[in-house]
Write a protein that binds this ligand. Structure first.
Ligand SMILES: [Ca+2]
Ligand SMILES: [Ca+2]
Ligand SMILES: [Ca+2]
Length: 432
């Protein structure tokens, strides 16, 4: 038994080397190889994009064609004109048969298999390129050793086997295979992105044939180049960022459609404007405000409303004429008024004469004022007969003329006669 096992080992290696040679790829796409899978009339991949009869097929060409069409998987498979019965079995099947034949027939078996293999190759009507997006490409099973038929006119590669798909992952245009496995979580590993003047880039390493697009540099055109047209950014470009390196000036944000573009922030809609901005007015890159009466736009920020100091010179308030002492208030102003004046209750902003006579005797005009006559400022008094108005003060006051006259006469008589005045010497006088 041990001898037989050893012989199997030796012959398998020999046959694979001599006859089958095994799976072969274009080295550029080797990394994208997924496996060899069984196909049948219920196709594992949904589309056949071409049947090549010119002898120019290759796995790379099939991968490119599938990528152009937006597929995730590509597979080559020979289109055999001769029925399966003629070609009988795959190369590996023949190898197994030979191993179990008598040793004396080994050489003849090898020769027969070689003949059949060549016959099958000659009989290939063409190479098919299958594309698909179905993750269950393996639903008919896998046959790892069966993809051994050479591509038409290109023996450097194999293009599947009889009803066998030589399956590769496909990266979409602009992407190329990332590091590691060809398929991760059932999806092609296409993490790397290249940016060429004209896509696609090469799928295996991202090389661009016609140079890098704006804002990109290095071999695979996957490095940011802020020195070249600002890295494609509308505003700012930051090379130290791996992803989305564009940023915007103040007042702008990254567009939701294109992270290289910047769009205005509508501060009024977002309600991010200053709380003292009465009516927010959005502008490109900023905003400004419309202010209520009594306020003006802050000349420094132009984004908030500040109180107008109406009391400042040149602001229109005429001191001592209509507003004796201007007092600024937030959003307005008021006035302090001189004596005999009061603030106009209608406007609250001008000083008007107090009508003392409209008030109460004793409180608003003098107790001894017989008839109050309003004046601006103050008031005067009209006095009854025998009284005169004391004009020494603004507040009118009636004083008794007779009493005053008697007093002065007594004093006068006393001074000139040197004796005490007598009652019958009193002289009635009118004081003017
Ligand atoms: Ca704005
Ligand atoms: Ca004010
Ligand atoms: Ca008055």
């Amino acid at each position: 038994m041990a001898v037989v096992a050893l012989r199997v080992l030796i012959f398998t290696g020999l046959l694979n080397f001599i006859i089958c040679e095994g799976l072969k790829h274009d080295p550029d796409f080797e990394d994208q190889y997924i496996g060899c899978y069984t196909d049948n009339s219920s196709r594992a991949l949904e589309s056949i994009v071409y049947k090549d009869r010119t002898g120019t097929n290759s796995n790379g060409r099939c991968i490119r064609e599938c990528s152009f069409r937006g597929f995730m998987f590509a597979a080559t498979e020979p289109d055999l004109r001769i029925p399966i019965a003629e070609c009988s079995r795959t190369c590996a099947d023949h190898a197994a048969r030979i191993l179990f034949s008598k040793p004396t027939h080994l050489n003849a078996g090898v020769l027969r298999t070689q003949k059949r293999s060549r016959k099958c190759e000659r009989a290939n009507a063409g190479d098919e390129c299958h594309c698909g997006n179905n993750y269950n490409y393996d639903r008919h099973g896998s046959k790892p050793d069966h993809c051994t038929l050479g591509c038409q006119g290109n023996t450097a590669e194999t293009c599947g086997g009889d009803w066998r798909l030589q399956l590769y992952s496909v990266c979409p245009i602009g992407k190329y295979k990332g590091a590691g496995e060809a398929v991760i979580d059932d999806k092609p590993n296409c993490e790397s992105e290249c940016h060429c003047n004209k896509l696609p880039c090469f799928y295996f390493n991202g090389t661009c044939t016609d140079g890098c697009a704006t804002g990109w540099k290095e071999h695979a055109c996957n490095q940011i180049d802020c020195n070249h047209e600002n890295g494609g950014c509308k505003h700012r470009c930051e090379e130290d960022k791996d992803d989305e390196w564009c940023s915007c000036l103040e007042g702008f944000k990254i567009s939701t459609d294109d992270w290289k573009k910047c769009v205005d922030i509508n501060e009024c809609e977002d309600k991010t404007h200053h709380e003292d901005c009465h009516t927010c007015v959005n502008t490109e890159g900023s905003y400004t405000c419309e202010c209520r009466n009594g306020y003006e736009l802050d000349p420094i920020t132009e984004q908030k409303c500040i109180d107008i100091n109406e009391c400042e010179e040149g602001k229109g308030i005429v001191n001592e004429q209509d507003c004796h002492t201007c007092v600024n208030t937030i959003g307005s102003y008021t006035c302090e008024c001189n004596q005999y004046y009061e603030i106009d209750p209608d406007t609250n902003k001008t000083c008007i004469d107090i009508n003392e006579c409209a008030g109460k005797r004793g409180d608003d005009f003098h107790q001894d004022c017989h008839e109050c006559i309003n004046e601006n400022p103050g008031y005067r008094c009209k006095c009854n007969n025998g009284f005169r108005e004391d004009i020494s003060i603004n507040e009118g006051n009636c004083i008794d003329i007779n009493e005053m006259g008697k007093y002065f006469i007594e004093v006068f008589k006393y001074v000139i006669s040197g004796f005490a005045p007598q009652k019958n010497a009193i002289i009635e006088m009118t004081y003017n």
